[in-house]
Ligand binder design. Structure first.
Ligand SMILES: Nc1ncnc2c1ncn2[C@@H]1O[C@H](COP(=O)(O)OP(=O)(O)OP(=O)(O)O)[C@@H](O)[C@H]1O
Length: 283
């Protein structure tokens, strides 16, 4: 197995990145980004815009064309980088966190004893009960333990694909504040794909707007906020901006299905096909 390379400065540079899936369909097209060390970037875009695809390429889980991605100056796929943490769907689906196992054992299994202060801070911030047994916790409680496990080792680049959906508002807010503090107190960078914008307006330093595999716009958050009318409150500025982007994207893409044909299909098999028509008639 190739030895992991430690990255120095956690910047992210992407240029001319185009990517096709195995079936030949387009994944990303000509992506260009430059995210400096210490930045906190929100990846914004409708479902299917390409956010996960980009994060997986940045994490080195997928092979990008040569010289298109540099994380800390290195190719994440070739150099199997140490300090790059990707928390996405695979992480969430990990079966071990559903077995009859206790929290201290789980945290120890990912190196908790090597970082006792960090472990205790995360347990505190995420309000984790060390007496929980993982087969008998709620989805949100399980997610908090997973986040503590994933964040325990002091990463330099954190790639986060929305896995905070199960968290209650206070846990999520504490978690986001923790991430912000991390970037302010040590040399690290975060890219976070999310649809949930509550309490996030003050969080990002950069925004990336993706649409159909392309980056439509990216840059410092202030430059985007300047486009939103001033009368909109500071807190909802991000929401207003994203809503505007998503509406434009939907208009540009058009409806997914041709409405005329769809209507015919529904008429032919539609409600009647489920037996509801006859139920109606009986009533
Ligand atoms: N393995 C694959 N093969 C072919 N197409 C794929 C594959 N994985 C994803 N896609 C397609 O690529 C597009 C981008 O998917 P991706 O998961 O990156 O979107 P996303 O922005 O993360 O969406 P969401 O917000 O729903 O998570 C989608 O249209 C999806 O159907």
């Amino acid at each position: 197995m190739a030895q992991a390379t430690e990255i120095q400065s956690p910047s992210i540079e992407v240029q001319n990145l185009s990517y096709k899936f195995q079936d030949g369909s387009d994944g990303l097209e000509n992506v260009l980004l430059s995210l400096p060390s210490g930045s906190r970037t929100l990846l914004i875009g409708a479902n299917g815009a390409g956010k996960t695809t980009l994060l997986r390429l940045l994490s080195g889980k997928r092979l990008a064309p040569t010289n298109t991605i540099a994380v800390g100056g290195k190719d994440p796929f070739k150099d199997s980088l140490e300090g790059v943490t990707y928390l996405g769907v695979e992480w969430v689906l990990n079966a071990i966190v559903r077995t009859d196992i206790d929290v201290p054992t789980l945290l120890a299994s990912v190196g908790g004893n090597a970082y006792p202060e960090r472990r205790d801070e995360l347990v505190d911030i995420l309000d984790i009960d060390l007496n929980w047994r993982m087969h008998a916790v709620s989805d949100g409680e399980r997610r908090r333990v997973q986040l503590a496990m994933g964040l325990l080792r002091p990463w330099k680049v954190l790639l986060l694909d929305e896995i905070t959906v199960d968290l209650d508002l206070l846990s999520r807010s504490n978690f986001l504040a923790f991430l912000k503090r991390e970037t302010e107190t040590r040399d690290c960078t975060i890219v976070y794909a999310t649809h949930i914008l509550d309490n996030l307006a003050q969080w990002p330093t950069h925004l990336v707007h993706m649409h159909l595999g392309k980056v439509k716009a990216w840059g410092l958050v202030e430059q985007f906020y300047a486009q939103v009318p001033e009368w909109i409150s500071e807190n909802s500025r991000l929401g207003e901006l994203v809503l505007r982007w998503l509406k434009e994207d939907l208009e540009a893409r058009g409806p997914r299905n041709n409405r005329g044909n769809q209507a015919k299909t529904y008429d032919a098999g539609g409600i009647g096909g489920y037996g509801l028509e006859s139920a109606d008639k009986k009533a």
